[in-house]
Design a protein around this ligand. Structure first.
Ligand SMILES: CC(=O)N[C@H]1[C@@H](OP(=O)(O)OP(=O)(O)OC[C@H]2O[C@@H](n3ccc(=O)[nH]c3=O)[C@H](O)[C@@H]2O)O[C@H](CO)[C@@H](O)[C@@H]1O[C@H](C)C(=O)N[C@@H](C)C(=O)N[C@@H](CCC(=O)O)C(=O)O
Ligand SMILES: Nc1ncnc2c1ncn2[C@@H]1O[C@H](COP(=O)(O)OP(=O)(O)OP(=O)(O)O)[C@@H](O)[C@H]1O
Length: 492
């Protein structure tokens, strides 16, 4: 970026073009502000060359475009301009509705922290592709479009216009591709995905443990599964970091749905029929902010996002591609209980997000011990593990450290709201703390003792029972046969 970035002077955010080279598995997602330089995000799918027949090529093109549109949220947020333009293909009303849902809700925390109101502001243009204009740069270029005329086997794929509503393969008409029964399971290095992986293993479902980015911690967990692995590459446009330095708007983006769209593309290229995430039902509940209402840091891990994204993929990409969260019926506490059943990953996993920065420092050990995720995971596992095991995992006892009082108060929604992080509901934290306050090995620890003395008397006993929080919910979109077997597995 040569000229200083003036975020308030930006008029339009442009989806310039997207392109996949099936011979190398490298996809480029190209964006720009007004007539400014191109911002190019690169995704790498190992396993190339990919040979695609007609129907699969069409589906891959749809998935690529969906990824282009969703991943744009990282760049759009830098200026939040009035206008959104799509230079090289058209979208229908269904796609626009999905994107508006994702951008408005997925940027909910971002908007709250930056004092912005995005409701009614984000409009994706529906209709035919605009004509080339000086401002559209390479947007309607002929280079990428001409590559589409080539043979389908290892052809370049760019964003050919999706059928508009009512045209061609319109709403509800994505064909089944005859995808192979196999799950690409997302692994994030934390407890949740490991619970899913072990469940699929127990049920004899073929799986490939898949992750995005270069985290060594995730790679080590993946290796520990001793299952086939797939590591997908994602490089943000490097100019984004410079824009941040120059005063771009910044804040949280719905990273799980971006990862989901990358995994859908990878599943199609590899010809497999399931993309499995591990988002629990607690993720659907946000932080209640006085005067604002609910703001959910992890909105794209929630049920509304899973439903909308998964349905869209089946309707518009491939009828036999199933996107679902295996842990949707479970609360965080139920996931923690399940995780505690094996110690296979104790020396490998971490839920602490400080391990996963692209830039900047990582914690000295796998658990920083002072962030909301460390606080919550320690508390959630405590009712289900022996104390020496848990303290051994974290290297310290967080519940006996008065310095962590404020952090735990936020989790308990006591004098504060639930933190903007991927942590369980306040009632889960309160129930876990109440359970510990009745256990001899925990009740004298500083924060448990304080809970029993100061906070518990203000709460009704009904609110504090752990068992009702461990039941399985029916709100899920798992393949029905799998759900029946899974229910029995979790109940065992
Ligand atoms: C690792 C982390 O928690 N990062 C959050 C942090 O970002 P920070 O600025 O401190 O550093 P980096 O992660 O290195 O990112 C540098 C800048 O890059 C931009 N960016 C990054 C990733 C991306 O997908 N898009 C981007 O635009 C951004 O400008 C960064 O400043 O604070 C940010 C602001 O609050 C967060 O957005 C960063 O969160 C990452 C997107 C991230 O991957 N976070 C996951 C660890 C995470 O929060 N996972 C949740 C799922 C939440 C969800 O789906 O919404 C979870 O634990 O369940
Ligand atoms: N780098 C990544 N690549 C692929 N999937 C990821 C990545 N990071 C997170 N995920 C997935 O996103 C979802 C949400 O992540 P989350 O951090 O909640 O899960 P986790 O790491 O398995 O567990 P924990 O909540 O203990 O951190 C999970 O399905 C996880 O597998």
């Amino acid at each position: 970026m040569s000229a200083q970035f003036q975020r308030d002077a930006v008029r339009a955010f442009r989806f310039v073009r997207c392109h996949l080279d099936a011979a190398t598995g490298i996809a480029e997602l190209v964006y720009a502000f007004d007539d400014g330089p191109e911002l190019i995000e690169t995704i790498t799918i190992p396993g190339a060359p990919f040979v695609l027949d007609g129907a699969r090529e069409h589906a891959v093109r749809q998935a690529l475009r969906l990824l282009h549109l969703i991943a744009g949220v990282s760049y759009y947020k830098a200026a939040v301009p009035e206008e959104i333009r799509i230079d090289s293909y058209a979208i229908d009303a269904d796609a626009a509705a999905l994107l508006e849902l994702i951008y408005v809700n997925g940027l909910g925390e971002f908007a709250y922290r930056n004092g912005l109101n995005l409701h009614g502001k984000i409009k994706f243009p529906v209709g035919p592709s605009p004509q080339p204009s000086p401002a559209s740069g390479r947007g309607s270029n002929s280079v990428d479009a001409s590559a589409l005329d080539g043979p389908s086997s290892t052809a370049d794929l760019d964003g050919l216009p999706l059928p508009l509503a009512g045209e061609g393969r319109g709403e509800g008409q994505a064909p089944a591709l005859g995808l192979r029964e196999h799950a690409l399971v997302a692994i994030g290095g934390g407890k949740d995905s490991l619970v899913s992986i072990e469940a699929l293993r127990a049920l004899g479902i073929e799986q490939t443990v898949t992750w995005i980015g270069g985290s060594q911690l995730i790679a080590a967990c993946a290796a520990r599964t001793e299952l086939p692995t797939l590591n997908l590459g994602r490089a943000l446009a490097p100019q984004l970091f410079e824009l941040n330095r120059q005063g771009a708007y910044n804040g949280h983006i719905p990273v799980t749905v971006v990862n989901s769209a990358i995994m859908v593309l990878a599943a199609l290229l590899h010809g497999v029929d399931q993309v499995v995430f591990s988002n629990e039902r607690s993720a659907s509940y946000g932080s209640l902010i006085e005067g604002t209402g609910e703001v959910n840091h992890q909105w794209s891990k929630g049920w509304a996002c899973e439903q909308a994204f998964g349905d869209y993929v089946q309707r518009h990409v491939a009828a036999d591609l199933h996107y679902y969260s295996l842990l949707r019926p479970l609360s965080e506490l139920a996931v923690a209980r399940q995780f505690a059943r094996t110690d296979r990953y104790d020396a490998h996993f971490s839920s602490c997000n400080r391990n996963f920065h692209i830039l900047g420092e990582r914690p000295a050990s796998r658990w920083c011990g002072v962030c909301p995720k460390c606080h919550f995971v320690f508390l959630a596992l405590a009712p289900f593990m022996t104390k020496p095991r848990l303290v051994g995992i974290f290297g310290r006892n967080l519940l006996d450290d008065p310095g962590q009082t404020e952090g735990y108060d936020a989790l308990l929604e006591y004098r504060n709201h639930k933190p903007f992080e991927c942590v369980g509901e306040g009632r889960e934290s309160r129930a876990a703390m109440a359970a510990l306050s009745e256990r001899p090995e925990w009740r004298e620890d500083a924060l448990v003792e304080r809970f029993a003395r100061e906070i518990r008397p203000q709460l009704g006993d009904d609110d504090l029972r752990i068992e009702p929080l461990l039941t399985l919910d029916d709100e899920q979109r798992l393949p029905p046969r799998l759900w029946e077997r899974l229910r029995a597995y979790f109940a065992a």
